[in-house]
Design a protein around this ligand. Structure first.
Ligand code: IVH
Length: 672
């Protein structure tokens, strides 16, 4: 293939892939299979690697994630991103219409859904997406372009008669089904669930690695255009034009957008969606009413923060009243106590509600709850409904307030409350059954030790029947012991568990560190720590000051690591895991480049180190892009000196004017 052929093929693949992308994600009308799509994408990836001069930031290959953004740049908005003034009643909407008509007479209004996601401004130049910026303070926002490119319903190249310069604004959000899929996957891995789609969308867009964003599966709707060369003076018509250029815009046929010239039309739209919104595939929190004519919009102008030509009508969060039957207390893996209200089942926003979250003791006290109360339950953006108030009428006089327990409901240990935290904890880590079960469940999870065949139920059974008390006990399990359990256990299931446990001995140290369940040490933090420190022994020997220097580790995590190793029981378990063959060090062969902070630098290592063996400090230098050399020369960038470095080396370094650094300085260098 000559360069011209390569370029032509790359461009053809771009076009084809973007067309299929549009059909799939915007029109929901695909014409090729996922496999065929992937085949073409792979071909494009291969060609772009071979001919990097023809790669482009807007290539469909960027949909799966481009380069990592270290810090999002703040950029000014060309047109300010305003917010809408809110209204909560139909009267307020009628007042808005009256005010508009008093000023400019009768006019046409557009009604739209108010999407509950994260606002985004997309800039296009010659039909190419050049920038995606968050709302920020309305004047300037964060440049999150690489993340925006992963949102499949956002076009990277526009089609048709688009203007030269354009800003399209809309909302990035999760469709409910996708959000549920994400949470189902988290549940399976034993991870905490995301609370609601909106916050998760916001959090996703702030990820530094676009590949992580791509995996989340965000969506987008465009709700306004800005620019000097818009095709029409009608907002509604501009939305139709945007749709032709490839944007996902409100669907006219499904009444996502509608036009009217009277207040009755507006009210009918509100009434329709107030009832129909629960069946939608995404969350909306209201309706937006806008004057359609852009010239009339300009005439009406704006107040300090919001336009005078638009108003949001916010739906009341749906409420129901029901009886509080009981408050139960759940004990989590970390010992955190969560109070849960048990309710007389009641229909709310399309589902039957039996339980509501009560968060903590303060929340219960604030509501002044009594068993038997008629309580007001509300379903906001959160999945779990919450109690927002109590109907005081009819409350019997002699019922005492709900008393938060002083001891653990599972093991009877007195509860503690740490300074600055709202939650109560059961401190009996090693003997409180739900904590033991929770920790073992976490340990066997897919992103941890990935032990197949051991789900939550099975772990609970093994603990209840006394076969295991901690994660190290797993390695003493045999097929015979499992078969002795009788019911439900056969050759196959017992074999699967034992094989899964055996295979977990090969799980890399990064995952082991996550699996042992140090508070606040999640997947990412564990990975970072493992790669910087390289072994369990070194981690255990580190002081708080040394820990804090590590990337991603602050005061809280450092303290939590110290607390973990301060407990004798934890140290014993770690030792037993080591004896069972679980990985306690980063495999030097697996060390990939964790960074390029030391690129172009050559080190000579000498003496004895506190946190590293000689080999591991060399591995650390190389994994950060540096080189290690045996003797000091004029090409040496640094001599990394531990204790007992010989005087001859020091003199040589001084003569050649090579800087001598110690271990702490080295840690700062790689963790900067
Ligand atoms: S128009 C000048 N239309 O609501 C008005 N906004 O407080 C610009 N939103 O930050 C916004 N759906 O993120 C408009 N159909 C819609 C909307 C919508 C959701 C969000 C938007 C904005 C907030 C306004």
């Amino acid at each position: 293939m000559d360069p011209e052929q390569a370029r032509a093929r790359i461009v053809a693949l771009w076009k084809e892939l973007e067309e299929h992308n549009h059909r799939y994600y915007v029109l929901a009308d695909p014409i090729i299979s996922d496999q065929e799509f992937d085949l073409r994408l792979k071909e494009l990836e291969r060609l772009e690697k071979e001919w990097p001069q023809f790669a482009s930031a807007n290539s469909p290959t960027q949909r799966v994630g481009g380069d990592i953004t270290k810090e999002f740049a703040t950029v000014p908005h060309r047109y300010p991103m305003l917010s809408l003034s809110n209204s909560y009643s139909q009267e307020e909407v009628a007042e808005f219409v009256a005010r508009v008509e008093k000023e400019i007479g009768r006019t046409t209004y557009v009604m739209e859904l108010k999407y509950d996601g994260v606002a985004i401004s997309l800039s296009y130049m010659d039909g190419e997406l050049v920038r995606g910026v968050t709302r920020g303070d309305g004047e300037k926002g964060d440049d999150i372009t690489a993340n925006v490119r992963t949102v499949r319903s956002i076009p990277l190249h526009l089609r048709g008669d688009f203007p030269k310069e354009l800003e399209a604004r809309g909302e990035i959000l999760f469709m409910r089904a996708q959000f549920d899929r994400l949470n189902a996957a988290r549940a399976e891995r034993g991870e905490e669930l995301y609370a609601n789609p909106r916050n998760t969308a916001a959090g996703s867009l702030k990820q530094q690695d676009p590949k992580d964003v791509a995996k989340r599966g965000l969506d987008n709707f465009i709700y306004t255009l800005q620019g000097d060369q818009l095709p029409a003076r009608s907002h509604f018509e501009n939305m139709q034009a945007a749709n032709r250029w490839g944007f996902k815009t409100p669907d006219v046929k499904r009444r996502f957008i509608e036009r009217t010239d009277n207040v009755e039309g507006i009210m009918a739209f509100i009434a329709h969606w107030d009832a129909a919104r629960h069946a939608l595939e995404m969350d909306i929190d209201g309706i937006v009413i806008k004057v359609d004519d852009l010239d009339v919009q300009a005439e009406l102008g704006m107040t300090a923060k919001s336009p005078r030509w638009a108003i949001a009508y916010k739906f009341q969060a749906e409420q129901a009243i029901t009886r509080l039957n009981d408050v139960v207390y759940q004990v989590g893996r970390t010992g955190a106590i969560t109070p849960v209200a048990e309710l007389e089942p009641v229909l709310l926003a399309g589902t039957t509600v039996k339980r509501a979250s009560l968060h903590n003791a303060d929340q219960i006290a604030k509501l002044d709850l009594r068993i038997g109360d008629q309580v007001k339950v509300e379903k906001g953006g959160e999945i779990i409904p919450k109690i927002v108030g109590v109907e005081m009428d009819g409350r019997p006089a002699d019922v005492p307030p709900v008393d938060f327990p002083h001891t653990c409901p599972e093991c009877g240990t007195p509860l503690v409350r740490y300074e600055g935290e709202a939650q109560h904890y059961c401190p009996n880590e090693h003997a409180c059954p739900p904590q033991i079960i929770g920790r073992i469940e976490h340990f066997v999870g897919r992103k941890m030790m990935a032990i197949d065949g051991l789900g939550g139920e099975t772990v609970a059974e093994l603990v209840r029947r006394g076969l295991i008390h901690n994660v190290a006990d797993l390695y003493d399990l045999t097929k015979e012991k499992l078969l002795e359990l009788g019911k439900g256990w056969g050759e196959k299931s017992a074999g699967q568990v034992v094989d899964g446990i055996a295979a977990s001995r090969a799980i890399p140290f990064e995952q082991v560190l996550f699996a042992i369940g140090i508070r606040h040490v999640g997947e990412t933090v564990a990975k970072k720590i493992a790669r910087a420190v390289l072994s369990m022994d070194k981690l255990r020997a580190m002081s708080k000051d040394e820990l804090i220097v590590l990337d991603e580790v602050g005061e809280v995590i450092a303290q939590s690591i110290l607390d973990f190793f301060a407990v004798e029981g934890n140290r014993v378990i770690v030792e037993r895991l080591r004896e069972c063959g679980v990985q306690m060090e980063v495999d030097p062969a697996s060390i990939q480049l964790v960074g390029d902070k030391l690129k172009g630098k050559t080190f000579v290592v000498s003496g004895v180190f506190r946190n590293f063996s000689r080999d591991s400090i060399k591995a650390s230098i190389e994994s950060n892009g540096g080189k290690v050399s045996g003797s000091i020369s004029s090409k040496t960038s640094f001599v990394l000196a531990g204790a007992d470095m010989g005087p001859a080396k020091r003199t040589k370094a001084e003569t050649l004017k090579v800087s001598v650094i110690d271990e702490d300085e080295y840690m700062r260098m790689i963790n900067e």
